[in-house]
Design a protein around this ligand. Structure first.
Ligand code: SAM
Length: 342
């Protein structure tokens, strides 16, 4: 990451990181034995990274210069997404407020990462991770709207049906606090009301048979299920399951993140052709998804065995991928850099 840092300044539309977070754990890679005599397929453990620190300040002094450096790599409309959990997210929020400025904080996303939290001797079982999202400049930053699939609850309002399919009714008159005295009322098709839309718009919807008239003469608009892209995503991400042991994407790396999670991050924060960075790459989920979504990418990872997994994941993709791996050593710090057309 530091090899040609000057050339990389202001190049990244998105940096997503999922760094160590003071979990106090040493992680390993679990792989099935290749020994053919071992029919049961013994599981081999290869040590990977050590998330042990001398305390919070030791951890924060590791993170601080790296976060500052990452900010300098972002484009004017770029953003940094930092994936953490309860161990350090509050401390890192304060660091990031300092580095980015409090007003450039955009969201704290809560990802429900498991359905079965471990029982705790004290307190509640932890079930979620946190992603802190900062814009380089919140005035220039805009998320692409992303949608999640409908579920039983969100489908409930679609209880009406006609020849065009299932639909729900949405208000076209001001409701509650929208109903201010200054809001102009006007008469439309026999009903005077504080309409939210102009007469031309209402007439257009009428002609398209999108207006529903109730028995008491009140109008609402029909929204057909087939016209919706799903439910707009909020800062609560409860619909993306963790990587399961038997799934196609599973690599045996305990802290591997699901491709669906990175898909949401990358689609929200970038457009095709943009450059995406991940400097704590692990198994390279960010590269796999960025590649599939037609983004350029650059990754850093310090553990040889995980770099090998990234290499295999990239090679497995049925796409004409061009990429390069490089390694460098600086001030006793060894890291591997992986890139694609940056
Ligand atoms: C939580 S894992 C990332 C998992 C990744 N998001 C995935 O989906 O596989 C954190 C990674 O950061 C790497 N790492 C730790 N310190 C690093 C450093 N100083 N430079 C580069 N990578 C580092 C670890 O080896 C580990 O693979």
């Amino acid at each position: 990451m530091c090899e040609r840092i000057e050339d990389l300044r202001r190049k990244f539309r998105l940096i997503y990181i999922d760094p160590p977070f003071l979990s106090g754990t040493s992680y390993s890679l679990k792989t099935r034995s290749k020994d053919e005599k071992d029919a049961a397929g013994k599981v081999e453990d290869t040590p990977t990274y050590n998330d042990k620190w001398e305390g919070v300040s030791d951890y924060l002094s590791f993170m601080k210069p790296r976060l500052g450096m990452m900010r300098s790599l972002l484009t004017e409309n770029g953003s940094l997404w930092v994936h953490l959990d309860w161990h350090v997210s509050h401390y890192v929020k304060i660091l990031l407020d300092d580095i980015f400025g409090y007003t450039n904080f955009v969201n704290e996303i809560v990802w429900k990462r498991t359905n079965s939290p471990k029982a705790q001797s004290r307190g509640f079982g932890a079930q979620h991770d946190v992603i802190l999202l900062y814009a380089f400049n919140s005035q220039q930053f805009k998320l692409n709207q992303v949608f999640r699939n409908h579920d039983e609850k969100s489908l409930k309002p679609y209880s009406y049906e006609d020849a065009r399919g299932k639909y729900r009714l949405i208000e076209i008159e001001a409701q509650g606090i929208q109903r201010t005295e200054s809001r102009r009322q006007f008469e439309w098709r026999g009903r005077t009301a504080p309409y939210l839309y102009r007469i031309e718009t209402l007439d257009k919807w009428w002609e398209e048979d999108l207006i529903y008239r109730s028995r008491n003469g009140r109008y609402t608009k029909k929204q057909y299920l087939t016209d919706t892209l799903g439910v707009p995503v909020s800062d609560l991400w409860f619909d993306i399951p963790p990587v399961q042991g038997g799934s196609v994407e599973y690599t045996g790396f305990l802290t591997q993140k699901p491709e669906a999670l990175l898909e949401r991050v990358i689609q929200s924060a970038t457009d095709q052709g943009d450059v995406v960075g991940d400097f704590f790459a692990g198994t390279g989920t960010t590269a796999v998804v960025a590649q599939r979504l037609n983004r350029k990418w650059l990754l850093c990872e310090e553990v040889e065995s995980t770099v090998e997994i990234i290499r295999q994941r990239i090679q497995k993709m049925d796409l004409p991928v061009e990429y390069a791996f490089s390694s460098f050593q600086r001030a006793g710090h060894k890291a591997k850099r992986l890139r694609k057309h940056v």
